[in-house]
Write a new protein. Structure first.
Lengths: 297, 274
């Protein structure tokens, strides 16, 4: 067995290994990613697929929830105006119930109330991004319109859509006009019309005023849905934001480069390469031949 | 093509070897080098004859180089699988190692398996969505193979999109049903995302394993080369020592010859001085 056999092969292999480590470390440092293809870390890659999917879902819910919240805010604002109008209507109606008013005073009140009824009709038909807010699922159709006889009726859908907010929760997308303003025949519009005709025709204004008041109470009670819904959405949005942060961190841990480790690996490989190269040049030169003097004689 | 070139090279070297009687070491070296390169491409069996010629066959005996005749390998790609033919015989199943073996396995086994998974995912997703949608949201795919390429959305006009069962513009019941699919088992009892994650893992694992095997093989080769070098390698020290020894012997012999020569000269000259 030869003692000083050629070590070229193993030295060459060591050089190539050192260079491979350097290449890998450089790639990791420059790209900032430890996992750039599945074989770099198969289970991390699989986890990244799941992570990406969940992040996409969260983004999608976040956008949907933001849009829904704007919708609720718009509805609430419209209803707030309705409440103001209706409060004034009650006050006018009560005034109208006062027996001491003259006929022309009553006509004047009736006209004001008519104006209020028109306002409330317009507010009831509020749109958000081109869709009617209080029509239920038939949001391309105005919820309230006057029929042939001039009576304002609800002609929207009986139900609203249910929306997935994420985090396993669902929420109704609003309240239908008939729940808010009252069913056809006993709605706020009917009550307002009632006061107007009572004032015009010497009817029982006091009773009509009471009907308007009842409508107002009902509206205020139903309106609470929107405030509650906005709070609920804020809660869900906050929860989703937290979850997304967690997912983002997880993604970093799974795929992000460990710069410290990569730099260490790179430095070590460079040192190793330098050492092997130096050893290579020394060893390959050394043999008895270097020490032989050319023979004399 | 590389393999075929090497086979021809070996055949030519065999011819040269036969002509030189099998004793020319430079030809032997070149034969060894060609055989080594060839074995990196596919699995072969090698027999060195006493006349200096190298016979090369596949592992199960199909002849590749006989004396100075080389056969050539043909590659045939047919849709489902690739074949390696030797003089018309299918030798694909005999080749599992080497670069050619690896390529064949990737082409015939690994890639089709991956493709099948993607096809299944595409097909299952399409039918699940179409069922939830209650119509053809995706173009309906009748068979699984080829689904991944064929997948296409059938509803391209947003106005035609059915969002709800009742048909009312604000009804989102169908949308909710389709959206719910993301957490439901849609492919092979798992959700679409999970199935994809499994595919990614399987691929990464296979590649990582192949890489590990490759690294291990390299380590073994390095070891074996060292061992071979230890047994048959040239030690410069040994040869230098031998060289010195023979040089001294030569000097000594030369010295003896010149001494004998001068003695003979003296002896011959003795006679002529009288």
């Amino acid at each position: 067995m030869q003692a000083n056999f050629s070590t070229t092969n193993s030295l060459l292999q060591a050089l190539q290994d050192a260079q491979a480590v350097q290449a890998r470390s450089l790639a990791e440092i420059s790209s900032g990613r430890r996992v750039s293809k599945p074989s770099d870390d198969p289970s991390a890659s699989a986890a990244l697929v799941r992570n990406a999917s969940m992040q996409a879902q969260d983004d999608s819910y976040t956008a949907g929830d933001a849009s829904l919240r704007s919708r609720f805010a718009s509805a609430d604002s419209a209803l707030s105006s309705v409440v103001r109008q209706m409060t004034q209507a009650v006050s006018l109606a009560v005034e109208g119930a006062n027996g001491t008013l003259s006929a022309s005073d009553k006509v004047a009140l009736a006209q004001q109330l008519s104006g209020i009824r028109d306002q409330v009709l317009s507010l009831g038909n509020t749109q958000f991004e081109g869709k009617f807010l209080f029509s239920g699922v038939n949001d391309n159709t105005a919820p309230f319109a006057a029929n042939g006889g001039g009576t304002i009726q609800y002609q929207g859908a009986p139900a609203v859509a249910t929306v997935n907010t994420g985090q396993g929760a669902t929420i109704a997308s609003g309240v239908t006009g008939d729940k808010l303003f009252g069913a056809n025949g006993s709605s706020a519009f009917d009550a307002l019309s009632g006061v107007i005709s009572a004032l015009d025709g010497n009817g029982d204004v006091a009773a009509a005023a009471a009907a308007v008041s009842t409508s107002l109470s009902n509206l205020s009670a139903q309106r609470v849905f929107f405030g509650t819904a906005m709070n609920a959405l804020d809660g869900v949005t906050s929860s989703i934001t937290t979850e997304k942060q967690g997912l983002s961190q997880q993604e970093d841990q799974l795929a992000g480069a460990d710069i410290t480790q990569a730099v260490t690996d790179l430095t070590q490989a460079q040192v190793a390469q330098g050492a092997v190269s130096a050893a290579f040049s020394k060893i390959s030169q050394m043999s008895l031949l270097n020490y032989l003097n050319p023979p004399t004689g | 093509n590389q393999a075929n070139t090497l086979l021809k090279t070996i055949a030519q070297l065999n011819l040269a070897a036969a002509q030189s009687g099998g004793e020319d070491p430079s030809i032997t070296d070149r034969q060894d080098s060609a055989v080594a390169k060839l074995s990196g491409l596919l699995d072969i069996s090698v027999i060195r004859g006493s006349n200096g010629m190298v016979q090369v066959t596949t592992q199960s005996g199909n002849p590749l180089v006989v004396d100075n005749q080389a056969s050539s390998l043909q590659f045939q790609a047919n849709g489902g699988g690739a074949q390696l033919l030797l003089k018309g015989t299918d030798v694909t199943s005999q080749i599992y190692n080497g670069a050619i073996g690896g390529a064949l396995e990737a082409r015939n086994v690994a890639l089709p398996a991956l493709q099948a998974r993607l096809d299944l995912l595409a097909n299952s997703l399409t039918s699940a969505v179409n069922t939830a949608y209650g119509g053809n949201f995706f173009v309906s795919l009748s068979q699984v193979p080829g689904s991944a390429t064929a997948i296409a959305v059938a509803v391209t006009d947003p106005a035609q999109l059915q969002t709800g069962l009742s048909g009312a513009p604000g009804d989102n019941s169908i949308v909710n049903a389709v959206s719910a699919l993301q957490s439901q088992p849609v492919v092979n009892g798992v959700s679409a995302t999970e199935y994809q994650a499994q595919t990614v893992f399987a691929l990464g694992n296979d590649v990582a394993n192949a890489q590990a095997n490759s690294d291990a093989s390299k380590a073994v080769i390095t070891q074996m080369n060292s061992q071979r070098a230890a047994i048959s390698g040239v030690s410069l020290d040994q040869e230098a020592a031998n060289l010195m020894q023979f040089q001294r012997s030569y000097q000594a012999a030369a010295r003896i010859i010149s001494t004998v020569d001068s003695m003979m000269q003296t002896a011959i000259g003795m006679g002529s001085n009288h």
